[in-house]
Design a protein around this ligand. Structure first.
Ligand code: MEV
Length: 425
């Protein structure tokens, strides 16, 4: 039987679910029950979520948590995080406390420029193209006036348009490379609308516009964050040894891509969780961050660590294109609340908070890896996940958590223990 369908988007929600159940569910009743369990009983709220995307049949929850006790540039924050992975929020909270006792995080926005490009093919003379571009440059900006009016009032808009000759990488390929300031909005729609207006004003016979789209690579929308302390305050036992091992761990992630990817993945645990909780686009942020990590041609750590005199210094620098207005930021009730919890930051403040969340996550991971190992912390939450999978009750959870304290946790060992506990009873 074919499992292809025509006109699926036009079906009612109930018919969509029916079609799905008929074609894919192993147990119709149980599949439908699972979908229904995640539908919000508040119809208005459900409708809001239904309309965020297409073909919605339910919601997919991700836990929403708080990592308190962050001090950033002298101001305290409780950071909301949306993430499914155990230990991330615990690690962020512990790190926040550790650094709030040592002066907190310092963060700085280096630049806020965003990029969009009109990609086109031109087979004529490069000089003629350059002359044409010089002649129409002002008109290209004018063509966006109706779109940029409000943004200009808020101090943003188009910062520059350049003609770039890219024929060394692809035959007849050129682009208009456009830079923007977008204030407190991430600016994706704004940028794309401007680019399309620029492209249609620029197009003429001989110029074949291929596409107009913002870039999620924003190396000029940069933020940095840093922590430092006396080496003696780094770790209770043998602080110099552990501070040195920490620096070595970062150095390894600077030269070894296999390690760097995992290292940066840990950073993104913190970054994506805050980006998602604030209704921002975590895929855009992740793509841009990873591209920045290999800006010199080799994929490297996004963080740096060093010991200078008797000070341990740990920092991060990465591009972050974020908004605190527009998009889902005010539309998704939890995203709106996240921003309220963060004391309604500007986009630049949010960049700092998010960079700090990444730095904190990397700190927690490296400190665990270079001291006790990562599994000790992970295992507690891993055990809980296994117990939930096995549908252990509160009493069973308590007994088994005690029994596995300090022991290696595996699914089979926990299942076996639970089985013996149940047969005993
Ligand atoms: C796990 O999600 C993240 C870590 O692997 C990061 C790292 O190894 O640095 C613990």
């Amino acid at each position: 039987m074919s499992k292809l369908v025509k006109g699926f988007s036009k079906l009612s929600k109930a018919d969509k679910i029916n079609w799905l159940a008929e074609n894919f569910f192993l147990d119709r009743a149980s599949g439908i029950k699972t979908l229904e369990q995640y539908v919000n009983k508040d119809h208005k709220l459900q409708q809001l979520h239904d309309e965020f995307i297409e073909n919605t049949i339910s919601n997919f929850y991700v836990p929403y948590a708080i990592a308190p006790n962050f001090v950033i540039n002298g101001k305290s924050y409780a950071i909301p995080m949306a993430i499914e992975e155990s230990s991330v929020v615990a690690a962020a909270s512990l790190t926040a406390k550790f650094w709030s006792d040592r002066g907190g995080f310092k963060a700085d926005v280096i630049s806020t420029r965003k990029v969009g490009q009109v990609h086109f093919i031109y087979k004529g003379s490069a000089e003629a193209l350059e002359t044409y571009f010089d002649n129409v440059k002002d008109d290209l900006i004018k063509a966006t006036d109706h779109i940029t009016e409000n943004m200009r009032k808020r101090g943003g808009g188009i910062v520059g348009i350049e003609l770039r000759d890219k024929r060394d990488s692809l035959d007849d390929y050129y682009q208009l490379h456009v830079t923007f300031e977008t204030g407190d909005s991430m600016g994706a729609n704004f940028i794309n609308s401007c680019l399309e207006a620029i492209a249609s004003s620029f197009e003429k016979e001989g110029i074949q516009i291929v596409m107009s789209i913002l870039s999620n690579y924003v190396p000029e929308c940069l933020v940095s964050a840093e922590v430092s302390c006396k080496v003696k305050d780094f770790f209770p036992e043998n602080p110099r040894l552990y501070a040195e091992k920490f620096v070595q761990a970062v150095d390894i992630a600077k030269v070894e891509p296999y390690r760097a990817v995992t290292h940066n993945k840990g950073i993104m645990n913190g970054i994506d969780a805050v980006v998602l909780a604030t209704g921002n686009d975590f895929r855009a942020v992740a793509a841009g961050a990873h591209a920045y990590a290999c800006r010199d041609g080799k994929y490297r750590s996004l963080t740096n660590a060093r010991i200078e005199k008797n000070n341990f210094i740990f920092s991060i620098e990465l591009p972050l294109s974020l908004g605190t207005v527009g998009g889902l930021t005010k539309l998704h009730p939890l995203a709106k609340l996240s921003l309220e919890i963060l004391q309604n930051p500007t986009a630049q403040e949010l960049m700092q908070i998010v960079a700090v969340a990444g730095l904190a996550q990397n700190f927690a991971a490296l400190r665990a890896l270079t001291t006790t190992g990562i599994q000790q912390g992970h295992m507690k939450m891993h055990l809980l996940n296994i117990l939930n999978q096995l549908e252990a009750n509160v009493h069973e959870k308590e007994v088994i958590t005690k029994a596995f304290n300090g022991k290696t946790v595996s699914h089979s060992a926990v299942a076996e223990y639970l089985h013996s506990l149940r047969t005993e009873q």
